[in-house]
Design a protein around this ligand. Structure first.
Ligand SMILES: *Cc1c(COP(=O)(O)O)cnc(C)c1O
Length: 349
């Protein structure tokens, strides 16, 4: 989708095991769409190389220690350089081959990146250096998921003003999912042939903005589901689970679902969090246990043992669960574990 919308190239961000979806599977599925991949660590990059992924791979945090550089060159990886200490090590290293560098500017997020002043110096040192094959200037946006924040345009202005002093810089990389999906004001930069976008969460079908303008633009990739393994008939006044957090205010039927926080369902999700049982929307009740949680079956008389329960996916957007649990879909996806992963060809769903 990113590719169809934008004129430039795209690195599919598949760090953290592709946001919990399986990095190798996702890299293979995205091979024809993406112009390359981005990961956080050398281990993640090597896992992809071992699986036969030959496309460009960018290490978003660069190297952590000088000793990694020879491995990076050996496996033909691209490098973010975000700090003066990395510049010094790269300039002094004895490398078998020059590496492609993505030089990161801190334009206002204050996480990684060189300050504009340090940036110009580093750029001039690295440009044309025998260890450096090419330089793509990049920066990362702190508030692109907040449409009313002025910070995004401020960051862009800092980035562009600094680059204007470096007339040799052609390509650039700014956009994450939120910038791609929700910031037409950035078009003059991110919708150009020279721009590399870095879509992450949108690839997995969750919108980076909790209440998006076009909620149906994306299709969820992960369908996190389980089954009902026990049924209970509650009388008025009966309380369920640890802490007796939910008390029935009338006679009601509930189901116990084989999924808990050890599987990645957030323990902080509250009574009322949306859940679907056999395709009908209902709600979470009480306190999520390690391996189990409770659903309200009052209005779903046909549901019973072995009924299919969707924790999030097609019917229950991960953002709804995230909102109820005080987190974001990114964290929900990354936390899924102990689950059995089935992969389907989207053409066959
Ligand atoms: C994780 C990450 C992205 C992707 O962000 P999304 O919000 O998932 O699209 C892009 N760039 C950098 C530097 C990142 O760390």
């Amino acid at each position: 989708m990113a590719k169809q919308q934008l004129a430039g190239k795209a690195l599919a961000v598949i760090k953290a095991n592709a946001y919990g979806h399986g990095a190798v599977h996702c890299a293979k599925a995205l091979k024809n769409e993406a112009d390359g991949f981005a990961v956080a660590t050398l281990e993640e990059a090597l896992q992809l190389r071992e699986a036969g992924i030959a496309d460009p791979i960018l290490l978003l945090e660069g190297f952590f220690a000088a000793a990694e550089l020879s491995v990076i060159v050996q496996h033909d990886l691209c490098l973010v350089v975000h700090a003066p200490w990395q510049v010094d090590i790269l300039l002094a290293a004895k490398l078998a081959r020059a590496v492609p560098v993505w030089l990161k500017m801190d334009s206002g997020m204050h996480r990684l990146g060189l300050s504009p002043h340090a940036y110009i110096k580093a750029y001039q040192q690295l440009k044309g250096h025998h260890n450096v094959a090419s330089i793509v200037p990049m920066t990362h946006l702190a508030n692109a998921d907040n449409l009313s924040s002025g910070h995004t345009m401020q960051q862009l202005a800092v980035f562009q003003t600094t680059l204007a002093d470096l007339p040799t810089a052609h390509a650039s990389s700014v956009a994450n999912s939120a910038a791609i999906l929700a910031w037409p004001q950035l078009n003059q930069v991110i919708n150009t042939k020279q721009h590399w976008s870095r879509p992450g969460i949108m690839l997995y079908g969750a919108h980076p903005i909790m209440q998006p303008v076009q909620p149906d633009l994306l299709e969820p990739v992960m369908h996190f589901s389980s089954r009902i393994i026990a049924l209970r008939q509650l009388e008025k006044g009966d309380a369920i689970g640890y802490g007796s957090l939910f008390t029935a205010d009338k006679a009601m039927r509930i189901g116990v679902v084989a999924c808990g926080y050890a599987d990645g369902y957030p323990r902080s999700a509250q009574t009322g969090t949306p859940i679907a049982v056999d395709g009908t929307m209902t709600r979470l009740l009480g306190c999520v246990s390690m391996d189990m949680l409770y659903v309200d079956l009052s209005d779903i008389p046909t549901a019973g043992l072995n009924s299919q329960v969707e924790l999030w996916g097609k019917q229950v957007p991960a953002n709804w669960v995230a909102q109820s649990a005080g987190t974001i879909a990114y964290e929900l996806f990354c936390n899924v574990k102990r689950a059995h992963f089935d992969y389907f060809d989207p053409a066959n769903i």
